[in-house]
Design a protein. Sequence first.
Length: 161
Amino acid sequence: MIHVRNWWIVPFTVICALMFSQLPIPQAVTPAIPTWTTLVVIYWATFLTPHFGVISGFIIGILLDVTDGVLLGQNAFVLTIIVFIVRHQAKRIATAPMVQQVFLVAMFEGVRLLLLLAVNFFLNRRPVDFSTYFLSCFTTAIIWPWVYFTFRQLQRRFDLR
């Protein structure tokens, strides 16, 4: 159970992820940037299942849409689906070994990118360079163990269950 005095941890991590997603980065490196908001959403949807639901994913997606300046609802739609899938498989993800979790995070990031590609296709947006489009799957998966252990320590320290 989240204690009343520790309610701020989850929004704080979401705000940090949104800030990391807005860091100025050279154009050449942009496709390889890990998706911080997806990592945060996957972690909290897996390990704080009773308190972090589809609505939370939707709200974070709307915030990401606003900060990125993209079509309102695009990331909200995608993160809602990701949270739904993660919550459905939360016990399996939580008990899986770290190597398997890394592959699952890469798969969730791939699903996110494919859904964004489908949205952009239906909106007749610019074509995508497929040689670099899926690089963030690998970088997001590589960052997952660090995010997992950092958030695990936060969760234990502030007694979030």
